[in-house]
Design a binder for this molecule. Structure first.
Ligand SMILES: *Cc1c(COP(=O)(O)O)cnc(C)c1O
Length: 361
């Protein structure tokens, strides 16, 4: 039976016009599409967590501010007393909280293109004007365009992913500092891939009041736990905290993250191994003909196919059992591009042989 149309007509026009965020069906495929860590949770962390779970009071609401976890993380990061931490159910939720809190009439949100699609999508959900400034062809910041856009539009929020997704590169730290200095709004440095990068923007907190550092545990091996965090000035985070749902971090995740921080080295070793695997995958990819390989500081590598159709190749990879992400069509600079998450040694080998077969056709 079809639904009475009147009920759908109540939905906001701008929401009806959207298409839902697509997650590809993975089944038994080798999953190299979503920047997940291919390794299992280290045993030492799992055992510690399971011990806590045995006596966890799940009949009670979780600690609304996750105080124990906050104290652990704060000392782990060496935060100063002027700064605080806000936890989110993934960093996606923190992006949403930022936009909800700053979405005044006529406020705008700015980022670069191509970058993380959720900046634009969540801006839409929150009814905030989104301004995307194109990167240069080599995916570096168009510094002059950004300077003039920041001056003329004065965005309430500027998001810069460092390193950037889906391009994998780091932007110039010097240019970022100049853009922060120029901004009257809040500047969010999204460090989702910091575990794999030779960059840490936390020093910016002590240099600029308007900087926030956004991080997540998702890409480093805990995507299923959904924990992101935002670092920034205490007064600013206190305003955001009013928008946050009181129990957004469940007690299982809080317990897990305490175990993670107590044994962080085990997780760090996985990230280090992935950086080595990325280097090896990069070396193999650059040897392929008719493929442009972009240098990456993250746990994925972007490639552009110069003589093949990206969608066709992705479909052939899927038939060979490997799932990657097609970026062709997402932005003119990503024409015929594919994004490959760095997997385990075996997974990368499967990807490479399937890709070689497809390119030989
Ligand atoms: C993956 C990603 C996020 C979101 O991560 P969560 O899983 O929601 O914590 C945020 N920013 C960038 C740039 C990402 O690539």
């Amino acid at each position: 039976m079809t639904l009475n149309k009147d009920y759908l007509e109540l939905v906001r026009e701008d929401i009806k016009a959207l298409s839902a965020y697509k997650v590809q069906e993975a089944g038994k495929l080798v999953k190299l599409d979503a920047m997940e860590n291919p390794f299992e949770l280290p045993g030492i962390i799992r055992q510690d967590w399971l011990k806590k779970l045995a006596s966890l009071a799940v009949n009670r609401y979780p600690d609304p501010k996750a105080m124990k976890l906050k104290e652990k993380l704060s000392s782990f990061l060496g935060l100063t007393e002027d700064h605080d931490i806000l936890f989110g159910n993934g960093s996606d939720e923190l992006i949403q909280i930022l936009m909800m809190a700053l979405a005044k009439t006529n406020a705008s949100v700015m980022s670069v293109e191509p970058s993380f699609v959720m900046y634009r999508m969540i801006a839409r959900f929150c009814g905030v004007n989104y301004i995307g400034i194109d990167l240069k062809e080599d995916f570096s910041l168009d510094f002059d365009a950004l300077k003039s856009a920041i001056t003329s539009e004065s965005p309430a929020l500027l998001f810069l992913a460092q390193p950037n997704n889906p391009t994998g590169n780091l932007f110039s730290p010097d240019e970022i500092e100049q853009l922060i200095a120029l901004s009257k709004g809040w500047v969010v440095i999204d460090e989702a891939y910091t575990a794999f990068a030779d960059y840490d923007g936390q020093y910016l907190l002590d240099k600029f009041e308007n900087v926030l550092i956004l991080r997540t545990f998702s890409k480093a091996g805990l995507a299923g736990a959904r924990l992101g965090y935002l670092l920034g000035r205490t007064e600013m985070l206190a305003e955001l905290d009013k928008v946050r749902m009181p129990y957004n971090i469940n007690s299982l995740t809080q317990a897990l993250m305490e175990s993670v921080l107590d044994h962080y080295q085990a997780l760090q070793e996985q990230s280090k191994a992935l950086v080595e695997l990325r280097k090896a995958l990069f070396e193999s990819l650059v040897q392929l003909e008719n493929v442009r390989v972009y240098a990456s500081e993250a746990n994925f590598i972007l490639i552009a196919l110069l003589a093949h159709d990206a969608r066709t190749v992705a479909e052939q990879l899927r038939q060979s059992g490997v799932l990657i992400k097609v970026l062709d069509g997402a932005h003119p600079l990503l024409s015929n591009c594919l994004r490959i998450t760095v997997g385990s040694k075996d997974e990368n080998r499967m990807l490479l042989s399937a890709l070689k077969r497809s390119l030989a056709e």
